[in-house]
Structures are given as C-alpha cells and as structure tokens.
Write a protein that binds this ligand. Structure first.
Ligand code: SAM
Length: 204
C-alpha cells in the first residue's frame, strides 16, 4: 500500500510513510471488508460513512508537517484510522465525531492498540473543541461549504488547517496556514468527501 499507492503518487515525508506502514488499517474496517482494507479506494463503514482512500489520508497528513510535539484536532473520527495515523506523529490527538456508533467502535480500536494519546468525543466538530485550544494543526475529514470560523479561531499561530471545501458533490482540499497573525489559504487538489454536518457545515 505505502509504495504502490502513496510513495508512487509523491508523498515523501518519511514520518508519514512510517505511520502509514505501522497502523493496522484492517482493524478499522468491518470484518466483511478486511480483505479489501489495503486497497486503493475508500471503503464504506457504519452509518453510511467512509474510511478515506489511503493516499488521501497520507497526503492530508503530510500537509500538516507534524514533527512530534504538536496537539492536533481532527473533525470526523469515522473509523478512527486517520486519528490513529496522526497519533503516531504528534503528542496528542483530539478527535470529534457526531455519530455515536462510530465513536464507540473507534474508541475500542484505540484501546486495543494502546494508542493512549487520542481523546475522542461526541459533538458537532464544526464548533471545534475550545477547552483544549489552540491546536497546532486541525484536520477536517468531511466536506463543508466553508472553513468553520471556530476552527480558524482555535488554530495556533503558527498553525495549519486542512479541510475539503465545496458543494456536496465535489470539494477543493484547502490548506489554511496561520503565521505571524496572517491567514493564507491554498488549494491542493480536488476531492470528494461525505458531508460535514453541523452549525458551520451542511444541515443534517
Ligand atoms: N477520518 C475518518 C476515518 O479515518 O475513518 C473518515 C471520516 S468520514 C470520511 C467523515 C466523518 O465525519 C463521518 O464519520 C461523519 O459522521 C463525520 N462528521 C460529519 N460532520 C461532522 C461534524 N460536524 N462533527 C463531527 N463529525 C462529523
């Protein structure tokens, strides 16, 4: 998976590649999907949601430029796989999911793997998690109509935030960087994610 799908498409950050090689992706999908867990595509998980394609997980992770000491917020825990990858690359991961069944099964896998630097909660992630802010990096793994202002406010300076923004069919992967009080947004690629639902997202 790492060489054929991820290195081949240009992801080169060694720490990201090692994390992708380390985290057992098959534990984050249903038993019926296990044989396809390392395929070059997203897969369905419970509640009509998806676990993203491995290459997308790797490229979004690489864009955050994590060095090891960061506190990272993820919106959209889903299967828990992206949070697990992040947890190998930074100090602490905070992750928010709005569907309880997904949150419960992700927590079980985090515990089984003894990934103790992940805390997860049930909530509308478009509001962020103000109690633990600011975050050195924020990653949103569902597509919204705009970058939620609470997330921009809760991003540290310097900080990096990555999010799919667009309509409910297709989005731009946007990378927002905050540095010395200035905010810049850069478009990285075109992507297709499930809806970001919430106060600063789509109505559910
Ligand atoms: N990162 C996940 C993984 O590694 O499996 C994939 C996430 S899936 C593409 C998007 C997730 O975002 C879904 O589980 C969905 O329920 C969740 N979601 C959508 N809107 C949300 C919100 N406002 N707050 C928290 N989670 C949300």
């Amino acid at each position: 998976m790492v060489h054929e799908q991820i290195v081949a498409r240009g992801v080169s950050d060694q720490r990201t590649l090692e994390a992708m090689a380390t985290v057992p992706r098959h534990l984050f999908v249903d038993d019926a999907m296990r044989a396809r867990a390392y395929g070059d595509y997203p897969l369905p998980i419970a509640a009509g949601q998806t676990i993203s394609q491995p290459y997308i997980v790797a490229s979004m992770t690489e864009a955050l430029q994590l060095k090891g000491s960061e506190r990272v917020l993820e919106i959209g825990t889903g299967s828990g796989y992206q949070a697990a990858v992040l947890s190998r690359l930074c100090e602490q991961v905070y992750t928010i999911e709005r569907i309880n069944t997904l949150l419960a099964s992700a927590r079980k896998v985090f515990d089984a793997l003894r990934y103790f630097n992940i805390v997860a909660k049930l909530d509308d992630g478009t509001m962020g998690w103000p109690e633990n802010a600011p975050y050195d990096a924020i990653i949103v793994t569902a597509g919204g109509p705009e970058i939620p202002q609470p997330l921009i406010d809760q991003l540290a300076d310097p900080g990096r935030l990555i999010i799919p923004v667009g309509d409910q069919q297709i989005q731009e992967l946007q990378l927002l960087t905050k540095s010395e009080g200035e905010v810049r947004v850069e478009v990285l690629s075109s992507v297709r994610f499930v809806d970001l639902i919430g106060q600063h997202g789509w109505s559910g």
